[in-house]
Ligand binder design. Sequence first.
Ligand SMILES: Cc1cc2nc3c(=O)[nH]c(=O)nc-3n(C[C@H](O)[C@H](O)[C@H](O)COP(=O)(O)O)c2cc1C
Length: 173
Amino acid sequence: MNENILLLISHPDYPKSRINKALAQKAGLLPNVTVRHLDEVQKENHYSIEEEFALLRKASCVVWLFPVHWYNAPPSLRLWQDEVLSPILYGSENFLKGKKVLLACSAGAAEETFSPTGLNRFTAEEMLRPMQMTTNACSMEWQKPFVTFGAATLTDEQISSAAEEFVLLLQKL
Ligand SMILES: Cc1cc2nc3c(=O)[nH]c(=O)nc-3n(C[C@H](O)[C@H](O)[C@H](O)COP(=O)(O)O)c2cc1C
Protein backbone atom coordinates (compact mmCIF):
# COMPACT_ATOMS: atom_id res chain seq x y z
CA MET A 1 0.00 0.00 0.00
CA ASN A 2 2.96 2.32 -0.58
CA GLU A 3 2.13 3.33 -4.10
CA ASN A 4 0.56 6.64 -4.94
CA ILE A 5 -1.86 5.45 -7.62
CA LEU A 6 -3.31 7.62 -10.36
CA LEU A 7 -6.25 5.75 -11.87
CA LEU A 8 -7.25 7.11 -15.25
CA ILE A 9 -10.62 5.89 -16.40
CA SER A 10 -11.59 6.13 -20.04
CA HIS A 11 -15.23 5.35 -20.81
CA PRO A 12 -17.34 7.24 -23.37
CA ASP A 13 -20.60 6.23 -21.68
CA TYR A 14 -19.69 6.04 -18.00
CA PRO A 15 -23.26 6.38 -16.61
CA LYS A 16 -24.17 3.11 -18.34
CA SER A 17 -21.00 1.31 -17.31
CA ARG A 18 -21.29 -1.67 -14.97
CA ILE A 19 -17.90 -3.28 -14.59
CA ASN A 20 -15.58 -0.31 -15.06
CA LYS A 21 -17.74 1.86 -12.82
CA ALA A 22 -17.70 -0.80 -10.11
CA LEU A 23 -13.91 -1.07 -10.31
CA ALA A 24 -13.40 2.71 -10.29
CA GLN A 25 -15.77 3.24 -7.36
CA LYS A 26 -14.24 0.50 -5.24
CA ALA A 27 -10.68 1.58 -6.03
CA GLY A 28 -11.59 5.20 -5.27
CA LEU A 29 -12.24 4.23 -1.64
CA LEU A 30 -8.56 3.47 -1.15
CA PRO A 31 -6.72 6.42 0.40
CA ASN A 32 -3.77 6.14 -1.97
CA VAL A 33 -5.85 6.15 -5.20
CA THR A 34 -6.81 9.25 -7.20
CA VAL A 35 -9.52 8.53 -9.75
CA ARG A 36 -9.56 10.75 -12.82
CA HIS A 37 -12.23 10.57 -15.52
CA LEU A 38 -10.54 11.27 -18.82
CA ASP A 39 -13.82 11.91 -20.64
CA GLU A 40 -14.75 14.63 -18.14
CA VAL A 41 -11.53 16.58 -17.69
CA GLN A 42 -10.93 17.60 -21.29
CA LYS A 43 -11.55 21.20 -22.30
CA GLU A 44 -12.54 21.67 -25.94
CA ASN A 45 -11.40 18.12 -26.64
CA HIS A 46 -7.90 18.60 -25.27
CA TYR A 47 -6.12 17.90 -22.00
CA SER A 48 -4.37 20.48 -19.90
CA ILE A 49 -0.80 19.29 -20.13
CA GLU A 50 0.13 21.15 -16.92
CA GLU A 51 -2.63 19.41 -14.95
CA GLU A 52 -1.81 15.97 -16.35
CA PHE A 53 1.91 16.42 -15.78
CA ALA A 54 1.37 17.56 -12.17
CA LEU A 55 -0.76 14.50 -11.37
CA LEU A 56 1.64 12.14 -13.11
CA ARG A 57 4.65 13.56 -11.30
CA LYS A 58 2.99 12.82 -7.95
CA ALA A 59 2.05 9.25 -8.90
CA SER A 60 4.28 6.24 -8.52
CA CYS A 61 1.83 4.00 -10.36
CA VAL A 62 -0.57 4.73 -13.21
CA VAL A 63 -3.65 2.60 -13.88
CA TRP A 64 -5.49 2.73 -17.18
CA LEU A 65 -9.03 1.48 -16.67
CA PHE A 66 -11.21 1.07 -19.76
CA PRO A 67 -13.63 -1.10 -21.72
CA VAL A 68 -12.00 -2.62 -24.80
CA HIS A 69 -13.38 -0.91 -27.89
CA TRP A 70 -12.35 -2.44 -31.18
CA TYR A 71 -9.43 -4.22 -29.55
CA ASN A 72 -8.08 -0.94 -28.26
CA ALA A 73 -8.61 1.76 -25.66
CA PRO A 74 -11.50 4.22 -26.15
CA PRO A 75 -10.74 7.63 -27.74
CA SER A 76 -10.15 9.57 -24.50
CA LEU A 77 -7.26 7.32 -23.47
CA ARG A 78 -5.81 7.28 -26.97
CA LEU A 79 -5.94 11.09 -27.01
CA TRP A 80 -4.32 11.19 -23.55
CA GLN A 81 -1.49 9.02 -24.84
CA ASP A 82 -0.99 11.30 -27.86
CA GLU A 83 -1.19 14.57 -25.95
CA VAL A 84 0.41 13.68 -22.63
CA LEU A 85 2.88 10.85 -23.23
CA SER A 86 4.39 12.28 -26.40
CA PRO A 87 5.74 15.53 -24.89
CA ILE A 88 7.19 13.59 -21.95
CA LEU A 89 8.91 11.03 -24.11
CA TYR A 90 10.26 13.58 -26.57
CA GLY A 91 10.87 16.28 -23.96
CA SER A 92 13.93 16.99 -21.85
CA GLU A 93 13.05 14.78 -18.87
CA ASN A 94 11.21 11.46 -18.90
CA PHE A 95 9.66 11.60 -15.44
CA LEU A 96 7.66 8.44 -16.17
CA LYS A 97 10.77 6.31 -15.95
CA GLY A 98 10.36 3.54 -13.38
CA LYS A 99 6.70 4.29 -12.60
CA LYS A 100 4.51 1.20 -12.57
CA VAL A 101 1.67 0.93 -15.07
CA LEU A 102 -1.30 -1.39 -14.78
CA LEU A 103 -3.95 -1.93 -17.44
CA ALA A 104 -7.37 -2.89 -16.16
CA CYS A 105 -9.74 -3.52 -19.03
CA SER A 106 -13.01 -5.27 -19.73
CA ALA A 107 -13.91 -7.17 -22.88
CA GLY A 108 -17.42 -8.00 -23.98
CA ALA A 109 -16.26 -11.28 -25.47
CA ALA A 110 -15.80 -14.44 -23.42
CA GLU A 111 -12.33 -15.50 -22.30
CA GLU A 112 -12.23 -18.59 -24.55
CA THR A 113 -12.65 -16.43 -27.67
CA PHE A 114 -9.21 -14.94 -26.98
CA SER A 115 -7.10 -17.89 -28.16
CA PRO A 116 -5.53 -19.05 -31.43
CA THR A 117 -8.52 -21.30 -32.07
CA GLY A 118 -11.18 -18.93 -30.69
CA LEU A 119 -13.24 -16.29 -32.46
CA ASN A 120 -10.76 -13.50 -31.70
CA ARG A 121 -7.74 -15.61 -32.80
CA PHE A 122 -5.32 -13.82 -30.47
CA THR A 123 -4.89 -13.74 -26.72
CA ALA A 124 -5.80 -10.68 -24.63
CA GLU A 125 -2.09 -10.29 -23.88
CA GLU A 126 -1.41 -10.08 -27.63
CA MET A 127 -4.27 -7.60 -28.08
CA LEU A 128 -2.69 -5.32 -25.47
CA ARG A 129 0.80 -5.52 -26.96
CA PRO A 130 0.72 -1.99 -28.53
CA MET A 131 0.00 -0.54 -25.09
CA GLN A 132 2.77 -2.61 -23.56
CA MET A 133 5.12 -1.29 -26.26
CA THR A 134 3.94 2.27 -25.53
CA THR A 135 4.72 1.96 -21.83
CA ASN A 136 7.98 0.22 -22.60
CA ALA A 137 8.97 3.18 -24.79
CA CYS A 138 8.26 5.40 -21.78
CA SER A 139 10.47 3.18 -19.56
CA MET A 140 7.52 2.37 -17.31
CA GLU A 141 7.24 -0.88 -15.36
CA TRP A 142 4.55 -3.03 -16.97
CA GLN A 143 2.36 -5.02 -14.56
CA LYS A 144 0.34 -8.08 -15.53
CA PRO A 145 -2.98 -6.65 -16.85
CA PHE A 146 -6.25 -7.15 -14.99
CA VAL A 147 -8.73 -8.26 -17.66
CA THR A 148 -12.43 -8.99 -17.12
CA PHE A 149 -14.06 -11.01 -19.89
CA GLY A 150 -17.70 -11.52 -20.87
CA ALA A 151 -18.53 -8.05 -19.53
CA ALA A 152 -22.03 -7.93 -20.97
CA THR A 153 -23.22 -11.00 -19.10
CA LEU A 154 -21.56 -10.57 -15.71
CA THR A 155 -23.87 -10.97 -12.73
CA ASP A 156 -23.89 -8.39 -9.94
CA GLU A 157 -22.04 -10.94 -7.77
CA GLN A 158 -19.35 -11.44 -10.41
CA ILE A 159 -18.96 -7.68 -10.71
CA SER A 160 -18.52 -7.20 -6.99
CA SER A 161 -16.03 -10.03 -6.73
CA ALA A 162 -14.05 -8.60 -9.67
CA ALA A 163 -14.01 -5.25 -7.85
CA GLU A 164 -12.76 -6.97 -4.66
CA GLU A 165 -10.04 -8.74 -6.62
CA PHE A 166 -9.04 -5.48 -8.31
CA VAL A 167 -8.71 -3.66 -5.00
CA LEU A 168 -6.59 -6.48 -3.57
CA LEU A 169 -4.34 -6.22 -6.59
CA LEU A 170 -3.98 -2.44 -6.14
CA GLN A 171 -3.09 -2.99 -2.49
CA LYS A 172 -0.34 -5.40 -3.49
CA LEU A 173 1.28 -3.19 -6.14
C1 LIG B 1 -17.79 0.67 -29.81
C2 LIG B 1 -17.58 -0.59 -29.03
C3 LIG B 1 -16.57 -1.46 -29.40
C4 LIG B 1 -16.36 -2.66 -28.68
N1 LIG B 1 -15.34 -3.47 -29.06
C5 LIG B 1 -15.11 -4.61 -28.36
C6 LIG B 1 -14.04 -5.46 -28.74
O1 LIG B 1 -13.25 -5.18 -29.64
N2 LIG B 1 -13.86 -6.62 -28.03
C7 LIG B 1 -14.69 -6.96 -26.99
O2 LIG B 1 -14.49 -8.03 -26.40
N3 LIG B 1 -15.70 -6.14 -26.60
C8 LIG B 1 -15.92 -4.98 -27.27
N4 LIG B 1 -16.94 -4.15 -26.88
C9 LIG B 1 -17.73 -4.47 -25.66
C10 LIG B 1 -17.20 -3.67 -24.45
O3 LIG B 1 -15.85 -4.01 -24.18
C11 LIG B 1 -18.06 -3.94 -23.23
O4 LIG B 1 -19.33 -3.42 -23.50
C12 LIG B 1 -17.47 -3.27 -21.99
O5 LIG B 1 -16.28 -3.93 -21.62
C13 LIG B 1 -18.44 -3.26 -20.83
O6 LIG B 1 -17.90 -2.46 -19.80
P1 LIG B 1 -18.81 -1.47 -18.92
O7 LIG B 1 -19.80 -2.31 -18.17
O8 LIG B 1 -17.88 -0.75 -18.03
O9 LIG B 1 -19.50 -0.53 -19.91
C14 LIG B 1 -17.18 -2.96 -27.58
C15 LIG B 1 -18.21 -2.07 -27.20
C16 LIG B 1 -18.40 -0.89 -27.91
C17 LIG B 1 -19.49 0.06 -27.48
